[in-house]
Each structure stands twice: as structure tokens, then as C-alpha cells.
Design a protein around this ligand. Sequence first.
Ligand code: ATP
Length: 348
Amino acid sequence: MSEPPEACMGVEVVVEGLTKSFGSQNIWRDVTLTLPAGEVSGMLGPSGTGKSVFLKCLVGLLKPEQGRVMVNGVDLCHCSEHQLYETRKLFGVLFQDGALFGSMNLYDNVAFPLREHTRKAESQIKRIVLEKMEMVGLSGAEKKLPGEISGGMRKRAGLARALVLDPEIILCDEPDSGLDPVRTAYLSQLLIDLNAQIDATILIVTHNISVARTVPDNVGMLFRRELVMFGPREVLLTSDEPVVAQFVNGRRAGPIGMAEEKDQATMAAEAATLTETRPGEHVVPGVVPQLEPTPGLPSRQAVARRKDRVMQILHTLPPAAQRQIVDSLTDADKVRYGIAVSTRGYRR
Ligand SMILES: Nc1ncnc2c1ncn2[C@@H]1O[C@H](COP(=O)(O)OP(=O)(O)OP(=O)(O)O)[C@@H](O)[C@H]1O
């Protein structure tokens, strides 16, 4: 891998009371959350709950009818076209299908934002394009057309293109969709490595349980037109909220059905027959270790910042999440945060 680019911390994205509808169809309402600067966040939700719409609202491609999206003091929902254009330069977006131009080779696809938005000389463009293509493991594939490569390679090319303007915020719409588990694991590692290298604020929209469990620092979930929760990963992964527990454990029993939402009668009938997970259903334990950067890369600066941030809000979190967070602290951390540990629990 090449030398890491100079670190510049991502900026936070503050979402307040966001509501979006198409005509009479309300997609979600009153969504409030903050993507912490330089941390990796995930947004989960069954198909059709409006995750992609949320991502497009964040970058100002869709206009919500209520609420604000604040980035560096600019409200992307109500700013001028010029402010929107300028603020968008802070974002790198990986769309679901990579959104590559089919007639351009990968090099030209990745170079496109640089040629469109900067006045850089071709020699500078070449250096940046080759660096980003190396970062995503596509060195040597510059001349290939999108139609000649695998879905995983297209995603990585889309990611390289999202990186060329050195974004402080990276939004990834289902980076795992259409990928097999091995390629999904590679891409997950790539996102963590990227965060270690450039310290950008990252949001990953996904319905992949394994990505949600192992990649983000913070996780949220959209369901039934609302943000069910958003917070440190330990909150979602220890949650006993039925819809969250069903989703995170990949169970059939629960409020989410094939057509997204089940009615009460179906749930009651199901509860009578399906109290526990059946053989063959996917069960995974609560909080699994988070991915770490590949050895040799810098450590993630987000980790220490997040620890401080989470310890400040610890008392506001559910008890199971609190226990999980405190258990993950080292003895030195416990001293630092003034936590006394006894066999019956902990005190601050
Ligand atoms: N431009 C649009 N005009 C009208 N309706 C739209 C538009 N974009 C999205 N929708 C509707 O908004 C709803 C949410 O779509 P969205 O693609 O955000 O869901 P999602 O959670 O990302 O789903 P998936 O996980 O299947 O990709 C859908 O009912 C979709 O039809």
C-alpha cells in the first residue's frame, strides 16, 4: 500500500427532525441523529424503509419537506445552490451499483470528478487516480470497462471514484449488495482501513447483518417510517427491542415479514409457534468484535475519540449496553474514566 494521505478529520453531520414523503407516501418522519466526526456509522433497515432516500437527503440530492441537515454550519436542505455545490465537495458517495459510466474505462471513471470539479493537470490527476485505485486494490485494472469486471470490482471502482476529491464524509449505499460473503468481508475491511487512513466520517447504509455487526462504531435502524434507534454499536447489538433483535439476529420471528411489516394477527400466530429460533436459522451472539485496520496501517483515530464520547453519554444508555461498554475497557481506561469495578458491577 502507498503512504497514507495526510490525515484530515471528517466533519460531523447533524440531522434534525428530517421528514420525507413522495406525494402522499411518507417515507420516514422526524429523523434526528448526529454522525460523529471521523467515526463509522451504519444505517440498517428492511428493504424499502427509505435508507437510500435518507442517504440522498444527506447529500442534498433529495429535499425533505421538514428538518435540517447541518454540515460545517450549512443547512443542506435550505441553502443556496452555490453553498450546496461547495458543501457537496466534502462528500464522496458510493452508490448502490457503483454508478460507473459504462462506456468509460475504470481510469476515466475514477478521474471523472477531478476533471469535472478541479483544474488539476492530467499529471496530477494520474497520480491521484492511481493512488486511489491502489487503495481499493484495483491497480492494473485501469483500462477495463465496467462491463468486463465483477460486481465487487465495480463497487471498489465506485469507492475509488468517491475518494478522489479527498472527501471528509463518505456515504456508502449498500456496499455489500450483490457481493458474496467473502467479497463483502473484503469490502468491510476496506472501509475500516480507509477510515484508519483518512479519518473521514463514514455512513454505511446496509441490510447486511454481518457488516452492521462488525464495521460501524454507531448503528441506527429505520423501520415503520421512523428511526427506531441510533447510537453506539453496543446499544443496537444488545437491544431487546423486537424489531432490532429480529433484524440483528436474522430471525423469521418478529415484526419484520417478507413484505417488510407483518400485521398483529400474523405476529400473534407466529409467536405461538415460533418462540425460539429453529434449527437452521441464523443465530449469532450479541456484541462481536469490531474489525480492526489491517496490520501495518495507522490505528483509527476515531477509536479514542469515540471512547471519550461514549463514556460521556454512558449513563444515558440502556444497562446491557453500559455493561458491554464497561467490560470492553482496559484497566487503564477504567482508572481514566473513574470507574470502580466490583464483582457485582461497576460504579463511577
Ligand atoms: N424518486 C422517488 N420518487 C418516488 N418514490 C421514491 C423515490 N425514491 C424512492 N422512492 C420510494 O421510497 C421508498 C424507499 O426507497 P429506498 O430505496 O430508500 O428504500 P431502501 O430502504 O434503500 O430499500 P433497499 O434496501 O431495498 O434498497 C420506496 O417505496 C421507493 O419506491
